[in-house]
Design a protein around this ligand. Structure first.
Ligand SMILES: C[S@@+](CC[C@H](N)C(=O)[O-])C[C@H]1O[C@@H](n2cnc3c(N)ncnc32)[C@H](O)[C@@H]1O
Length: 251
């Protein structure tokens, strides 16, 4: 093997939220395998590299994970710097472990470069701390999404146990999420927000309660979305939110 595969976090979208290490590796990269959500401005930081789109939103079917794993290993046989560029942080809901395990089993050197995960970009855009003294001391990142043949996710119990919950990949199931949580005992008046395109110019946020979630999600325009639940949002609809174009919603 001549190359190293770098699993690099591209951050939530804004190019200037990329780490300096990520930018340096992109500049050196021979080949970049990137998720569909990675914006062009970030890909432009890899002028020498062959760019290969692998991901659900690239307009094709998601390249099967096994195929991506194999392509990474093959690329490391030919190239010195192979970048696998993933939205947000590579180790948060990014299937990175499958790539790491596959590559290590084939003695391919792997390094991970962290990125800003979407939840932290959304909180920053709203100017709302996800933990707050006396209000929220626990924070959970969950997704209801499970792959075919996998055991059901324990996300409901996790959301109930956490003071603040951030739900990834859930906007398409907003109604089912609200129903499941309310049925499990979460107050339907729990403050809720949906944040679309966090950190990007077209960022939007809408606020309401858990019972409002389906209505909040219905207004979205197709970008990536997070759902945030918890008392930290209690005054959010009236807070200053400099980094998002707001959709205000009365509770
Ligand atoms: C496959 S997960 C990848 C998460 C990524 N590794 C991270 O750390 O942010 C994709 C989901 O992340 C969330 N997401 C990613 N970027 C986002 C953004 N800019 N704004 C809101 N949600 C985002 C959405 O829930 C989306 O469905």
């Amino acid at each position: 093997m001549i190359g190293t595969v770098y699993l690099v976090g591209a951050g939530p979208g804004a190019a200037d939220l990329l780490t300096l290490r990520a930018a340096r590796l992109l500049a050196e990269a021979d080949v970049v395998f990137h998720d569909a959500l990675v914006p062009k401005e970030i890909l432009a930081l890899a002028p020498r590299a062959e760019l290969v789109a692998v991901g659900k939103r690239s307009g094709r079917h998601s390249a099967a994970q096994r195929f991506i794993n194999k392509r990474l290993a093959d690329a490391a046989r030919k190239h010195r710097v192979v970048v696998r560029l993933k939205g947000g942080d590579p180790l948060v809901f990014g299937r990175a472990q499958e790539e790491i395990d596959f590559l290590r089993a084939r003695r391919v050197a792997v390094e991970v470069v962290p990125g800003i995960t979407a939840a932290l970009a959304a909180a920053a855009g709203l100017g709302i701390s996800l933990t707050q003294r006396g209000v929220a001391r626990s924070l959970a990142f969950v997704t209801p999404r499970v792959g075919a043949g996998e055991a059901a996710s324990s996300w409901v119990g996790t959301v109930l146990a956490a003071d603040t919950a951030v739900i990834y990949m859930g906007a398409g199931q907003a109604e089912a999420i609200a129903q499941a949580l309310i049925a499990a005992g979460k107050s339907q008046r729990t403050p809720a927000a949906v944040i679309e395109n966090a950190s990007r110019a077209e960022a939007r946020a809408a606020f309401g309660t858990l019972a409002d979630l389906p209505r909040l999600a219905a207004r979205l325009s197709g970008g990536p979305v997070l759902i945030v639940l918890g008392e930290v949002l209690r005054n959010a609809a009236s807070a200053e939110q400099p980094a998002t174009a707001r959709t205000r919603q009365a509770r």
